[in-house]
Design a protein around this ligand. Structure first.
Ligand code: FE
Length: 211
């Protein structure tokens, strides 16, 4: 895989300033660090990925939108109000029964922020960045995703100019579901490609777990 493209280096100066600010807020008793962790957790898993999930369920239920999304994901995302910074492009890669897509940034942590929010820590980790390329099937298995042997895996290396979002396969038996219910099936991990969209059964057992 080519490594000559332009990745976004982590902004060490900004990271340090944020850390200093965070320490000060905690010291002054204005926030506590558990609350801060919770906020970050919410942005990683809930708020951020909701934008991407919106694109996915719209593509599942609207053929015209899906075509627009596959042809020019940046414009399709912008039409729903999800605007990136200038110069970065979003590309959506579609899972099919024969092909599974997996996204990584081999050099740093390029990630489609506008549609997925903050990248999870494992996405930025060296083992994921290396092994997603060399042993993608094992990485998927570690996430509990067992693909049939005849499904090929294609790995996409994100850069600062090109960010990828996986369009997961719509689970069987969810045709005609409302957008609200479809949204429950689309996880952040399914849009990175380490997992599949949830099945109706999985949603059902999650609900029972809560009750
Ligand atoms: Fe990168």
């Amino acid at each position: 895989m080519a490594n000559d493209h332009d990745h976004t280096e982590p902004p060490s100066d900004i990271a340090l300033r944020v850390k200093a600010l965070e320490s000060l807020l905690i010291e002054k008793g204005l926030v506590d660090s558990a609350a801060l962790d919770e906020i970050i957790e919410i942005y990683e898993n809930k708020v951020g990925p909701r934008n991407g999930a919106h694109l996915v369920v719209k593509a599942w239920s609207d053929r015209g939108f899906k075509q627009k999304l596959m042809e020019d994901a940046s414009s399709a995302a912008a039409s729903l109000g999800y605007l990136g910074r200038q110069g970065e492009h979003l590309r959506v890669v579609e899972n099919t029964p024969e092909l599974h897509n997996l996204v990584v940034c081999t050099l740093c942590s390029c990630y489609p922020w506008t549609v997925l929010g903050l990248p999870p820590a494992w996405y930025k980790s060296a083992p994921y960045r290396a092994r997603a390329v060399s042993r993608p099937r094992s990485v998927l298995e570690e996430f509990g995703t067992d693909l049939a042997k005849d499904v090929s895996i294609r790995v996409w290396d994100s850069t600062s100019e090109m960010r990828y979002l996986v369009l997961p396969l719509q689970p069987k038996g969810t045709e005609g579901w409302s957008e609200e219910n479809l949204l429950k099936l689309v996880t952040r991990n399914s849009m990175i490609g380490v997992e599949l969209a949830k099945t109706p059964d999985q949603i059902q057992s999650m609900k029972q777990g809560i009750d």
